[in-house]
Design a protein around this ligand. Structure first.
Ligand SMILES: Cc1cc2nc3c(=O)[nH]c(=O)nc-3n(C[C@H](O)[C@H](O)[C@H](O)COP(=O)(O)O)c2cc1C
Length: 133
């Protein structure tokens, strides 16, 4: 597995990660679970109606953090909105439970990919490892 594949599978295995955005000078954080490797990029999914989406539109800089089996992963970078139907379909196919709330053709579903991302795997026992994508 290459670096970005390892990042995505860590997020899959952790199941839940926490996505931090900024609203003015106030950090905002919430649980997220969507992660997809598509065309070599790491995507997440949300709804355009959510505050999180509005915060990303105003300031695309985010950080996510996930923890599993004594290791934690932080990914910082910028999120880029991708309105292509193919990318939304790929997300819904990977995460079918989303289909109860979202469809590729609604006006709400949003997928975004990381740009200028720096992912760091850390633990208490090993040196941190950083991957850029
Ligand atoms: C385990 C878990 C995973 C979640 N995954 C997502 C997700 O991938 N995308 C999403 O938009 N909301 C997800 N949610 C819901 C958001 O956390 C929730 O809508 C949150 O309020 C959004 O942030 P906001 O209120 O700042 O807009 C998840 C919730 C939980 C409990």
């Amino acid at each position: 597995m290459n670096g970005i594949e390892r990042v995505c599978s860590f997020l899959d295995e952790a199941q839940t990660y926490y996505l931090a955005t900024v609203q003015g000078d106030q950090p905002r954080v919430r649980p997220f679970g969507t992660a997809l490797l598509y065309e070599g990029r790491l995507y997440i999914q949300t709804g355009k109606v959510k505050e999180v989406s509005k915060q990303i539109a105003a300031n695309p800089k985010v950080e996510i953090c996930a923890y599993k089996d004594g290791k934690w992963l932080r990914v910082s970078g910028e999120l880029v909105n991708d309105d292509r139907r193919d990318a939304k379909v790929a997300m819904l196919e990977k995460m079918p439970s989303l289909k109860a709330m979202y469809s590729a053709d609604d006006d709400n579903t949003q997928v975004l990919y990381f740009k200028n991302a720096k992912a760091t795997f850390s633990s208490f026992t090993e040196a941190p490892e950083t991957i850029e994508f």
